[in-house]
Design a protein around this ligand. Structure first.
Ligand code: GLA
Length: 404
């Protein structure tokens, strides 16, 4: 589908919006949202107690002070609708309002999950035909964030109503996201509570081109992450080229963090976290907070790396060049500063065959002074200097005053 046709579809969909609502700049997510989400560690097992525990731990570990504010309940909180269409929670979540109050009492915000189809990805009740009712309920409960996951909307509506017509299917999908966006805005107008709108449709149909206009604050750019290097590398590679679509209030979302999950090595955890910071990605931790190891906490709370992610300029980094197994990414920061990430995506590269950093390819002069954000030390970079990196490790440097 070409870009002109896509804009036309979006314009038609937006025609249903009040003019001011469609164009209003969202006050939320001026930097990428930070927090924690239940899915990557707890999946369908998550309970009210786990959410309270996560909130407690964000405070106790210093993560809240480092910027992690949203505590997001993912799928599997839902039960059935009653005769008036009100969706009830299941026994794992006995009282959502009380839970939201608890999370707010810690100075945090809380998020919830649904989808435009009849069912969520986990097979629980979703919002089709009840969008306004659900949005108002989330707002009444006190929710600050909604992740809206396409899933059963594909067979329920897209394939049923427009079999074999991809363009019509796409229009139905965009309409569904516009509908919930409008429902959230109406709920906010009633309650005064702004709600971050997170689109989850796996990066289909160039979502980055149409999600910002309909009020999306973030949108998944790929399918699901899992805690394996190959998956993280594949997702990271798919971010190259998307940098022009991100900015304050609207962000590419390469999915939630797996830092501290599975069998990722420390180097892999560091690189994963640094990459997401270079991407200006939402930083939603997904690990077992009550049992977090100190070295994982040190990664998740590295203030210098978080400052890259949260840089107020909001300019997503780009892949400057790659040289076989080594990739160089750069990100422009406020005040003319620059972050450089050199990542060994392959096997060990030690002194017998190191990578040589070409500063001229970054438009930089032959000598630079900066800070290594993982050692905390001052470093000097010189043109063509060898960079020895173990497999999957990273050199992340911030230059406050890049020299041309
Ligand atoms: C999809 C999403 C995941 C998670 C699950 C829940 O797979 O992409 O992030 O929300 O659904 O069922």
């Amino acid at each position: 589908m070409n870009a002109r046709f896509r804009s036309l579809l979006l314009l038609t969909a937006l025609a249903a919006l009040p003019a001011t609502a469609a164009l209003a700049q969202s006050p939320v997510a001026q930097t990428p949202p930070m927090g924690w989400n239940s899915w990557n560690f707890f999946a369908e097992r998550v309970t009210d107690k786990d959410i309270r525990g996560a909130a407690d731990q964000l405070v106790a570990t210093g993560m809240k002070d480092a910027g992690y504010i949203y505590v997001n309940i993912d799928d599997t909180w839902e039960d059935k609708r009653d005769a008036s269409g009100v969706l009830h929670t299941n026994s794992k979540f006995p009282d959502m309002k009380a839970l939201a109050d608890y999370v707010h009492s810690k100075g945090l915000k809380i998020g919830i999950y649904s989808g435009p189809g009849t069912k969520t990805c986990g097979g629980f009740a979703a919002s089709l035909g009840h969008e306004e009712q659900d949005a108002e309920m989330y707002a009444q409960w006190g929710f600050d964030y909604l992740k809206y996951d396409l899933c059963s909307f594909i067979p329920d509506v897209m394939q049923k109503q427009a079999p074999n017509d991809k363009a019509a299917q796409m229009k139905l999908m965009i309409d569904a996201y516009v509908k919930m966006s409008n429902a959230l805005k109406a709920a906010t107008a009633k309650t005064g509570r702004p709600i971050v709108f997170s689109l989850c449709q796996y990066g289909w149909d160039s979502v980055w081109e149409w999600a910002p206009e309909l009020g999306g604050n973030l949108w998944r750019t790929t399918g699901d992450i899992d805690p394996h290097w190959d998956r993280i590398y594949s997702i990271a590679s798919q971010q190259a080229g998307l940098e022009k679509y991100a900015g304050p209030g609207h962000w590419n979302d390469p999915d939630m963090l797996e830092v501290g999950n599975g069998k990722l090595t420390l180097a892999e955890n560091r690189t994963h976290f640094s990459w997401w910071a270079m991407f200006a990605a939402p930083l939603l931790a997904g690990n077992d907070l009550p049992n977090m190891k100190p070295e994982i906490k040190a990664i998740l709370t590295n203030k210098d790396v978080i400052a890259i992610d949260q840089d107020p300029l909001g300019k997503q980094g780009k892949r400057a060049y790659s040289d076989g197994e080594v990739e160089v990414w750069t990100r422009e920061l406020q005040g003319g500063a620059l972050a450089i990430a050199v990542i060994n995506v392959g096997s060990d590269r030690y002194s017998t065959h190191p990578f040589h950093l070409d500063l001229t390819r970054l438009g930089l002069g032959a000598q630079q002074s900066g800070k290594d954000l993982w050692t905390g030390e001052t470093v000097t970079l010189t043109n063509n200097q060898p960079v020895e990196l173990p497999s999957h490790d990273i050199l992340l440097v911030r230059l406050d005053h890049p020299q041309s």
